[in-house]
Design a protein around this ligand. Structure first.
Ligand SMILES: Nc1ncnc2c1ncn2[C@@H]1O[C@H](COP(=O)(O)OP(=O)(O)OP(=O)(O)O)[C@@H](O)[C@H]1O
Length: 208
């Protein structure tokens, strides 16, 4: 589903990614481990189309997307400091990407409620995001990223900054959601235990 081949990224005179290759099968969850500054976020940003590689290719499904803009790559993202749109309801947050895709209102409403159910928050459409707990907000962010049916989901240390108990609970919950949906995902983490819990396979950036 995802095929990163010989990707290099150079910032100034520093080579951050040096001919990195990574393949992720359909429905597979891969954990990407590596020390701080090793280029994990940069690799996700290349897959997302936010950083153009200096060389190499990115394929998603059957398509070479190396030069395709982010919004046409069918990639979902969940970041560490994920911010929901504070001025939008929970439902409008989850439906945001669908609106961008110009999905008609009725279908959008159904898709939003489907994904709020998927993340265990049925009926939360009208809630104010400011009233959500940290765990609920994170699950809304996951619903928002999954609702447009991304071909690949990229998670960049999605649980960093949460207290241990919430971290451990959400780690299990989110991994179960991704499995249920059959999502193909790359999950960046510093934490080898988190990697072992959430992923089908763990890769170390230094080995790629
Ligand atoms: N746009 C940029 N311009 C210049 N240097 C950058 C840019 N983005 C990242 N870097 C540098 O590239 C290196 C890799 O950064 P990256 O964020 O990919 O690492 P990481 O493995 O995700 O780190 P962490 O685990 O700390 O988040 C770092 O040295 C960083 O300072």
């Amino acid at each position: 589903m995802l095929d990163v081949a010989d990707v290099s990224v150079v910032f100034g005179d520093t080579t951050v990614l040096d001919e990195v290759s990574l393949r992720v099968a359909d429905g597979e969850i891969v954990a990407l481990l590596g020390p701080s500054g090793s280029g994990k976020s940069t690799l996700l940003r290349v897959v997302a189309g936010l950083v153009p590689p200096d060389s190499g290719t990115v394929r998603i499904g059957d398509a070479d997307v190396t030069h395709v803009p982010t919004h046409r790559r069918a990639v979902g993202m969940v970041f560490q400091d994920e911010q929901l749109f504070p001025h939008l309801s929970v439902g409008d947050n989850v439906g945001y990407g669908l609106k961008m895709q110009r999905m008609p209102g009725g279908e959008r409403t159904r898709r939003v409620s489907e994904f709020l159910e998927v993340v265990g928050l049925p009926g939360f459409e009208g809630r104010d995001v400011g009233d959500l707990s940290g765990g609920e907000a994170k699950r809304v962010a996951v619903a928002r990223s999954l609702a447009p049916h991304p071909k690949v989901l990229l998670l960049d240390e999605p649980l960093t900054g949460l207290d241990r108990e919430l971290h451990d609970r959400l780690m299990v919950e989110i991994a179960a959601i991704l499995r249920r949906v059959g999502t193909t995902a790359v999950w960046v983490t510093h934490d080898a235990d988190e990697a072992a819990t959430v992923a089908d396979r763990t890769v170390h950036l230094g080995d790629l």
